[in-house]
Design a protein. Structure first.
Length: 309
C-alpha cells in the first residue's frame, strides 16, 4: 500500500494558479510551524536546519530612504542604512546636483560607482556606507537610498588577534551558508587591513588575499603585513537559511501558525505570475524577476497564465 505521508487529499476546482500544460511533479513536504496562514501558490524554500519548508525570504525592497541632506558644498557623506543585511549589488544612492542628479550604483563587491565620477563603499552586513560625490548635492535636497535589505547579518565576528608578526589566519566562520560577495574582513589597526570576497570564493584587496568556502564558512587569510599586537581580525557577512531560494509551490491553502503541516507541493510546472506573487507582497519588480529566473533553473516556470489552462 502506498504511503500517504499524513497528507490530506482534496479535489481542487479550477483556479488561476496553473499557467500552462507542462507536466507538474508534486511531492509531500512539511511546512514549519510559525509560517502562518499560506495560500495556494505560495513559494516555499527548504530550511537548512531541519529540512522543513517555509515561505521564501528574499529580503525586502526599500525605496527612497532619506540617508542625508545636501548643503550645496559638502561632497563626502557616510552613515548606516536603516535595514542592514543588504543584498550585494542592490544599493542605489542618488541626490540632486546642479544641472541634474548624481547616482551611485553598487558593483556587488562593496564598492559604489557614480555616473558623475564619484565613488563610495558599502558594508553589506552592517549597512555602513560612504559616498563621495563629484558634485556637491544641492542645498536642502535629500540624498536617497534604494536597496534590498533584511538579510541575516553577522557583524564584528572575531577571527583572531594579531601578535605583530603573524600574517596568516584560518578557521571557520560561526555561521555557514554565506551569501557570496557579502564578506568583509578587517582589522582594528589604526589604518585597517581589509579584504572582501569576489563572489567566487576568493578574498581579495590591496592588503592581502585568501579564500572563503560559502557553504561551510571555512576561510584562509594572508595579509601582506601583520596586524599589530593585540589588534583583532574581524568579519562582517550575510548568511541565509535556505528560505531565500524557492523550491516548490504550495498546492493548497494551509494554516501553519502554531503547528507543522504536512501537505504537498509542486516541484515542477507552469504557474501564474499574478497568483504566485499575490502571496509575496512588497517585492520589487527586480526581485520578482530574480525569483522567476531562479525558479526556472529548478523547473518551476512562473509566467502569464494561458487562457483555458
Amino acid at each position: 500500500m502506498a504511503e500517504d505521508y499524513g497528507v490530506s487529499e482534496e479535489t481542487l476546482s479550477a483556479d488561476n494558479l496553473i499557467a500552462g500544460d507542462a507536466k507538474r511533479v508534486e511531492d509531500a513536504i512539511t511546512v514549519k510551524s510559525g509560517s502562518g496562514e499560506l495560500s495556494r501558490g505560495a513559494l516555499l524554500g527548504r530550511r537548512d536546519s531541519d529540512g522543513k519548508y517555509a515561505p521564501i525570504d528574499p529580503g525586502t525592497a526599500y525605496e527612497d530612504e532619506d540617508i542625508e541632506d545636501g548643503d550645496g558644498s559638502t561632497k563626502s557623506f557616510s552613515g548606516t542604512l536603516t535595514h542592514p543585511g543588504v543584498k550585494p549589488g542592490s544599493l542605489v544612492i542618488a541626490a540632486p546636483i546642479s544641472g541634474g542628479t548624481e547616482t551611485f550604483t553598487d558593483n556587488g563587491d562593496g564598492t559604489l560607482t557614480s555616473d558623475g565620477g564619484g565613488s563610495g563603499t558599502i558594508d553589506y552586513a552592517s549597512g555602513a556606507w560612504a559616498a563621495t560625490f563629484n558634485t556637491a548635492p544641492t542645498n536642502g535636497e535629500d540624498i536617497l537610498a534604494t536597496y534590498v535589505g533584511g538579510l541575516t547579518a553577522v557583524t564584528d565576528e572575531n577571527l583572531g588577534t594579531g601578535d605583530g608578526s603573524e600574517t596568516e589566519f584560518e578557521g571557520f566562520l560561526a555561521s555557514t551558508k554565506v551569501v557570496p560577495r557579502s564578506v568583509y574582513i578587517y582589522t582594528d589597526d589604526t589604518t585597517p587591513l581589509t579584504l572582501h570576497d569576489d563572489g567566487n570564493g576568493n578574498l581579495v584587496g590591496d592588503d592581502g588575499r585568501g579564500t572563503i568556502n560559502y557553504e561551510t564558512g571555512e576561510y584562509y587569510i594572508e595579509f601582506d603585513s601583520a596586524p599589530a599586537n593585540t589588534k583583532t581580525v574581524d568579519a562582517d557577512y550575510c548568511t541565509y537559511d535556505g528560505t531565500e531560494t524557492a523550491r516548490c509551490v504550495l498546492i493548497r491553502d494551509i494554516d501553519a501558525t502554531s503547528a507543522d503541516v504536512k501537505v504537498k507541493g509542486y516541484f515542477t510546472g507552469e504557474f501564474d505570475k499574478t497568483t504566485v506573487f499575490a502571496n509575496h507582497t512588497g517585492l520589487s519588480t527586480t526581485q520578482q524577476q530574480e525569483i522567476i529566473n531562479d525558479c526556472r533553473e529548478r523547473g518551476i516556470h512562473i509566467k502569464a497564465r494561458i487562457t483555458g489552462a
